[in-house]
Design a protein around this ligand. Structure first.
Ligand SMILES: N[C@@H](CCC(=O)N[C@@H](CS)C(=O)NCC(=O)O)C(=O)O
Length: 206
């Protein structure tokens, strides 16, 4: 049985939950982080010295870093599906995971923290404007990429869709003025047809 530690409001936990739901994996989840605390508990730190969520344990294997977990679960349970077998095809999918973590989220996270977790009186409007412009720039790139595509990479749902589909839900539910990004809107509508996406990702944005 797969064990997952992490609150389901966390974008990084949602990536793991979406894969589990998509593949019908049996798992148990323990709330941790955010209002649940527990990240500094010595027992948790022994599993995850980084002290963040998610962490998983699968048959004695302990893993943290959401994208590593997504890769592991997809490779173990869905080779040829979520996990592209061909190294070239896999690289085409993985680059979008890396782009989400290393570029898009780096821009989007500070904006998210400012708008959702910071009281309005404590926000720096000029900074928020800058963060918004950078985030819009990232989602515009993705919108252009999604023109004429049903999925982020290859012709099916793969590991590439997982982080970006999670980020998309946050973006489209953030209390902010957004430009029209029609390809992303279409993609969001298609994602919502997936029960696994609705169950794992479509949590209130907080
Ligand atoms: N790169 C890590 C980041 C993990 C991370 O920062 N998780 C956040 C939640 S999204 C966290 O643990 N925040 C502290 C908390 O929830 O209390 C990953 O992808 O797993």
């Amino acid at each position: 049985m797969l064990t997952i530690w992490g609150r389901n409001s966390s974008i990084n936990v949602q990536k793991v939950l979406w894969v589990c739901e998509e593949l019908g994996l049996d798992y148990e989840r323990h709330d941790l982080g955010g209002e649940h605390g527990g990240l500094d508990d010595p027992a948790y730190r022994r599993r995850n010295p980084h002290g963040r969520v998610p962490t998983v344990e699968d048959d004695g294997l302990v893993l943290w870093e959401s994208h590593s977990i997504v890769r592991y679960l997809a490779a173990r349970h869905d080779p040829g599906g979520l996990w592209p077998r061909d190294p070239g095809e896999r690289a085409l999918a993985e680059r979008w995971m890396d782009w989400e973590l290393g570029t898009l989220w780096v821009r989007f996270r500070p904006l998210f923290i400012a708008l959702v977790r910071t009281p309005a009186a404590e926000r720096d409007p000029a900074q928020v404007e800058r963060q918004l412009a950078e985030t819009v720039d990232g989602f515009q790139l993705l919108d252009q990429h999604m023109a004429g595509r049903d999925h982020v990479a290859l012709g099916r749902l793969t590991i590439a869709d997982i982080p970006l589909g999670c980020a998309l839900h946050r973006w489209l539910n953030l209390p902010v003025d957004r430009p029209e990004l029609p390809n992303l809107q279409d993609w969001y509508e298609r994602l919502q047809e997936r029960p696994a996406y609705r169950r794992a990702v479509m949590q209130p944005v907080r």
